[in-house]
Design a binder for this molecule. Structure first.
Ligand code: GLC
Length: 543
């Protein structure tokens, strides 16, 4: 399947567009906005989960994989969405949360009722309430085990206690999950995103004692085998697939995304998004280490290229703060930096993912009170920080830069109440900069929206961007991300030069003879010799 010139747009349905006026985005809202998405030019929409769920983790706690939560709409709405999207040459990708189910899932409920067949779907271990099978901290804080008194057993949950881990060692579990894929395939879905899929093989969870680091579950012994089996038995090779890989390694991802291995089209990995907090503590902010960012991007890109594997490239998603607030500038250089960051990602070797609102340069939420937060991880982290003695102010400051709710505030469509997202109060407060709207940016040729539109268009026009080779330049200039793409057939070359600092930056070498293809600054550069980038300016040169 050929997808190198395609771009994926991620939708967080709950915050995208509310068509039925209940403060909660829905499938019909997405259908209403398809013309906007077609105008932007994206090829696929990845929708985060809208299946039946108690919403303890905003849909990543699925209670029924094949039924739509009524708050998002009906199966008829979904069929219409697929149909209308197809008309605009847009495919839908669904989010499959296969590492765990909600404890409200029928399987888990049967397990709780004593059905051994279903207990074997999960990781249950006998024990007494005073001591879990082993000590392990879950991703969202607190122990990764929960005791069920009526069974005299503990069950494992790598995430929230209402997200019970499935046991992939059990072939019945694997067969059930294949059925889910077939179900959605038959509805016309064009691809899938697999949630934390590198956590599925953890045989030691059944036997280990003492203390276990959750990290030891990542990229487990049978993970490649399981993914291959899923792909083979459900015909996934004809669709676009991306696996979310938590705490993974380059060799593991090279393999997941190697076409010869027939596992996945590409992977998400996150090392480049850990350069602005203390190692192992995402709530402890540090100035972004752009040198480290450059090294990480380079190492991954070159390794993937060397093995013919394909990458997913992105800054933003529903778990990450807004990139312009993070590596860009929210003030004076807001627009220049938002565009520069878009360019930095889009011309890399891989499939770019845009998260809703990123194409407008949306910023972090700017919440100032704990009551404004909805996210379970943020709330837990706040409680933990307070318990550790941090002041209310300090804990809120940590959330304000790191919380997942920073990116989950409703999409900003147009002037008016709730920025046109909904007619009533939305489920999560609007972000602070409500003047940034899709309608305003669609009208303005200089906008971040038009810039993203151009980035997408250029990928389709220029083979160097879609499939050219990549090499990196100026490893020793700390704030300058610089790389070159080249198409071997036509010898066309594109150089990307991005200034990640608020200072002017002199780019070494003589760039005469290169044409300016893109410039993120409001006034295009006048000369390329000497080439001095202005604060947060990103340019693409062509030859
Ligand atoms: C993934 C999702 C995240 C969710 C977690 C547990 O990381 O992106 O939102 O909380 O998995 O399913």
């Amino acid at each position: 399947m050929e997808f190198k010139d395609k771009v994926v747009y991620q939708i967080y349905p709950k915050s995208f567009c509310d068509a039925n006026g209940d403060g909660w985005g829905d499938l019909r809202g997405i259908t209403e906005k398809l013309d906007y998405l077609a105008d932007l030019g994206v090829d696929y929409l990845w929708l985060t989960p809208f299946m039946v769920s108690p919403q303890k983790d905003n849909g990543y706690d699925v209670a029924d994989y094949c039924a739509i939560d009524a708050r998002f709409g009906t199966m008829a709405d979904f069929t219409e969405l697929v149909h209308e999207a197809k008309k605009r040459h847009i495919g839908l990708m669904l989010d499959m949360v296969f590492n765990h189910t909600s404890t409200e899932h029928r399987w888990f409920q049967r397990a709780l009722a004593g059905d051994e067949k279903y207990q074997a779907y999960y990781v249950f271990r006998d024990g007494t309430p005073d001591k879990p099978p082993f000590d392990c901290t879950s991703v969202f804080g607190g122990p990764a085990w929960e005791y069920v008194p009526q069974l005299g057993k503990w069950y494992l949950h790598c995430f929230e206690r209402s997200q019970a881990d499935l046991d992939w060692e059990n072939p019945d579990v694997r067969e059930e999950l294949k059925e889910v894929i077939r179900f959605w395939r038959d509805k016309g879905v064009a691809g899938f995103r697999f949630d934390v899929i590198n956590l599925i093989s953890k045989p030691q969870a059944r036997t280990a004692r003492g203390t276990v680091d959750l990290k030891s579950f990542m990229d487990g012994p049978r993970v490649h085998e399981y993914i291959k089996e899923l792909t083979r038995d459900t015909g996934l090779a004809d669709l676009l697939t991306v696996g979310e890989m938590s705490g993974t390694t380059i060799p593991a991802c090279v393999r997941y995304a190697d076409p010869a291995e027939k596992e996945l089209s590409m992977c998400f990995h996150f090392h480049h998004l850990k350069v602005d907090y203390a190692p192992g503590n995402k709530w402890q902010r540090q100035p972004a280490d752009i040198g480290a960012l450059k090294k990480i991007l380079q190492a991954w890109q070159l390794a993937m290229q060397e093995h013919g594997s394909w990458d997913a490239v992105f800054w933003c998603n529903h778990d990450q703060p807004r990139v312009v607030s993070r590596f860009g500038d929210e003030g004076r250089y807001w627009r220049t930096s938002a565009k520069m960051l878009g360019l930095a990602i889009h011309f890399l070797r891989g499939t770019p993912y845009i998260y809703q609102g990123e194409e407008l340069g949306m910023m972090n939420a700017g919440f100032t009170a704990i009551e404004q937060y909805n996210d379970v991880e943020s709330r837990n982290a706040y409680a933990a920080m307070r318990q550790q003695g941090l002041s209310d102010r300090a804990a809120l400051a940590a959330l304000a830069f790191r919380s997942r709710d920073n990116s989950r505030t409703p999409m900003q469509w147009e002037d008016g109440p709730h920025d046109g997202f909904s007619l009533v109060d939305p489920w999560l407060a609007m972000g602070r900069h409500q003047e940034i709207t899709a309608a305003a940016e669609q009208k303005d040729r200089q906008s971040v929206f038009h810039w993203y539109q151009q980035l997408i268009r250029l990928r389709k026009q220029k083979k160097a961007i879609a499939s050219g080779r990549i090499r990196f330049l100026y490893a020793d200039v700390p704030d300058l991300l610089a790389y070159q793409r080249s198409d071997e057939e036509t010898a066309a070359q594109i150089t990307v030069l991005c200034n990640f600092s608020a200072q002017p930056l002199r780019v070494p070498d003589d760039w005469t003879g290169w044409q300016l293809l893109l410039d993120s600054a409001s006034e295009p550069l006048k000369e390329t010799c000497p080439l001095v980038l202005r604060p947060f300016e990103g340019i693409a040169l062509e030859k």
